[in-house]
Design a protein around this ligand. Structure first.
Ligand SMILES: C[S@@+](CC[C@H](N)C(=O)[O-])C[C@H]1O[C@@H](n2cnc3c(N)ncnc32)[C@H](O)[C@@H]1O
Length: 222
């Protein structure tokens, strides 16, 4: 097992699963943000029932299982066995849902069929060097297929590869994973440089106080 997988297993054990229902009483739903019942939903992907969609860094699979319930061929990939165990315990019987344990770039390079949309919610897009992941995603998207991802916006002045810490026991050093933070206009430029079209990046404001850090949402077409 890689250090990255061990770090994300540690993270998984500290994170609760999704609530049983949302504010509308739904048992499955899509959320691009880390705030409850906030922001846009599945419409950002521009896909319908029958579409083949991939979640990079699906975690406990709340979002990708929702797409399966909408009749999509829904595939989630994650490097963490602990995340996927929780995902299978809750959503494993969902028709149309496939879950794979793999590193995102390796998974894309081995995939044979193209996807109609590929997305990532605070997932592998944030934690993988975009110089490796953007070409791998584009290679596996159908023409006009969408890449959409969300993550925390950058801290002003802190751009490019950053260290992110995952706490372990009181007497242990934290695990370290890398993440890539850029301003919206830098994401748009990077996507264009990798051959994507219609790249758009914006920061969705947080819900009213006390939270103030919003959500960076980026989308583009192959
Ligand atoms: C912050 S969690 C977010 C999980 C989920 N998308 C959500 O919104 O709850 C990040 C997830 O990305 C996964 N991940 C990070 N880097 C990855 C990579 N290179 N390949 C596959 N999964 C990765 C981690 O294992 C973890 O489950």
């Amino acid at each position: 097992m890689t250090d990255t997988a061990i770090a994300w297993d540690t993270y998984s054990r500290q994170r609760p699963g999704r609530r049983p229902t949302n504010a509308r009483g739904e048992t499955t739903w899509f959320n691009w943000t880390h705030f409850e019942d906030h922001g846009p939903g599945v419409e950002l992907l521009g896909v319908e029932a029958g579409a083949r969609v991939l979640d990079l860094g699906c975690g406990k699979a709340g979002n990708i299982s929702h797409l399966a319930t909408l009749g999509m061929r829904a595939m989630g990939v994650d490097v963490s066995a602990v995340q996927l165990r929780a995902a299978r315990d809750r959503w494993g019987e969902t028709p149309g849902l496939e879950l794979h344990q793999a590193e995102a770039v390796a998974f894309l390079q081995a995939a044979e069929e193209p996807f109609d949309a590929i997305y990532s919610v605070y997932g592998a897009m944030w934690f993988t060097n975009p110089a490796r992941l953007l070409p791998a995603v584009r290679e596996r998207l159908r023409p006009h297929g969408r890449l959409v991802f969300s993550q925390r916006p950058p801290v002003e002045g802190c751009y490019g590869c950053q260290a992110a810490y995952i706490q372990r026991g009181p007497d242990e050093d934290p695990a370290v994973v890398k993440r890539w933070d850029y301003e919206p206009e830098t994401w748009e430029r990077l996507l264009a440089e990798h051959g994507y079209r219609d790249a758009r990046a914006m920061v969705l404001a947080a819900p009213p106080e006390p939270r103030t850090v919003g959500t960076l949402i980026v989308s583009a077409r192959a």
